[in-house]
Design a protein around this ligand. Structure first.
Ligand code: TXA
Ligand code: MG
Length: 342
């Protein structure tokens, strides 16, 4: 299959053509402000099946349903609690997914048979245009091969899924760069299942108490029941193993420069680049700038695959603001292989 790139800035029919593919039961690469998604009509189980096939995604990992207008929420879910309405008002359109009781017509293949469904209203104008033109809710996981770093440019999508999907809709590089924050309303208290573009501090401002799922802190074994099934899989992984070094930036930079060999790649804060110039080194922005780090980490992890490094050391931001999401993705890329420098 040849994968075509549809570009709305040069082709006025690009969104229409992508929407036509969705209505015809096909999958399409879709830009969002977080990462690129692989979209299909959420109400068409055969179309959703093509998402799992193209990505090589395990069937027990549910998909997020994307809508273009907040009113559509009540058609995807029921019993939407007050807290969820407040979150929607505060952060939609934007990088927030809410897990809520699913409406009966949402197919099992979307939710992996769970009684809940994840819903998101993305902020990217091309995504919302596409969903509106398609006229259906759109199921979309990140548009990477299962297990690989998420995709933040159309070139990343083409590298992973070229030849496996009919089209990618161009939307430029993703502004947030890490996936949406996922909050579950399935339990007594709202629970953070995945940190993302909306910070835990922002959630607490609106909701008060928010629990943190233990999958955020540790690698869970196969026997553990996880709240977000996707959390148990190795994720975001470049080919070489990753080691995350946590601590004060000066100390972690010193630790890495002491431990590296000629075959080590380094992902570091920009101000420490001078220490690693003789190595395969990528920068992720300064230590104080987690917004830039979020935008760069997946591209940086992917770039190491074009080198012959045998291992990758990375510095790690503090667990504050969007830094919590950046640290989470790096630790997952490392399979939670973390060194704490004190
Ligand atoms: O920013 C994003 O959320 C991107 C863009 C494309 O919107 N999408 C994305 O989808 O990251 P994906 O499939 O790569 O990650 C979705 C995560 C998975 O870990 C999945 O297990 C979890 O959300 N999830 C989906 N539905 C769920 C549900 N009903 N209950 C618990 N977790 C759910
Ligand atoms: Mg994903």
């Amino acid at each position: 299959m040849e994968t075509i790139l549809l570009n709305p800035t040069s082709d006025p029919y690009a969104v229409d053509r992508a929407a036509g593919l969705l209505r015809a039961g096909e999958v399409v690469g879709m830009p969002t402000e977080t990462v690129y998604g692989l979209a299909a009509n959420a109400l068409d189980p055969a179309a959703v099946g093509k998402i799992f096939a193209a990505k090589g995604r395990p069937q027990d990992n549910p998909l997020i349903v994307h809508i273009a207008d907040a009113e559509a929420l009540e058609r995807i879910c029921h019993d939407v609690p007050e807290g969820a309405k407040r979150l929607a008002a505060a952060f939609w359109p934007g990088p927030l997914t809410m897990v809520l009781p699913r409406a009966p017509h949402i197919p099992d293949i979307v939710t992996a048979g769970l009684p809940t469904v994840g819903v998101r209203l993305p902020a990217h104008p091309v995504a919302r245009d596409l969903i509106r033109h398609a006229g259906v809710p759109v199921a979309a996981p990140s548009a990477n091969l299962s297990g690989r770093p998420s995709t933040t440019t159309s070139a990343h999508v083409l590298a992973d899924l070229g030849g496996r999907i009919p089209a990618i809709l161009e939307g430029g590089p993703c502004e947030v760069g890490v996936e949406s924050t996922i909050v579950s309303f399935a339990g007594a208290l709202p629970r953070l299942l995945r940190p993302g573009g909306v910070s835990l501090e922002q959630l607490r401002e609106v909701l008060g108490e928010v629990e943190i799922d233990r999958a955020l802190r540790e690698q869970l074994g196969d026997d553990v029941q996880v709240s977000a099934p996707g959390m148990k899989y190795r994720h975001y992984a470049p080919k070489a193993p990753v080691i995350v070094v946590c601590g004060a930036p000066e100390d972690t930079a010193a630790y890495i420069s002491k431990h590296l060999t000629n075959e080590t790649g380094v992902l570091c804060f920009t101000e420490f680049a001078y220490l690693f110039e003789m190595h395969e080194m990528r920068t992720m922005g300064t230590a104080a700038d987690p917004l830039t780090q979020a935008r760069r980490i997946f591209d940086a992890l992917r770039q190491f695959d074009e080198t012959d490094v045998h291992e990758i050391y990375t510095q790690c931001p503090a667990d504050e603001g969007i830094g919590l999401a950046v640290a989470n993705r790096l630790k997952k890329a490392a399979g939670f292989k973390v060194v704490n420098v004190v």
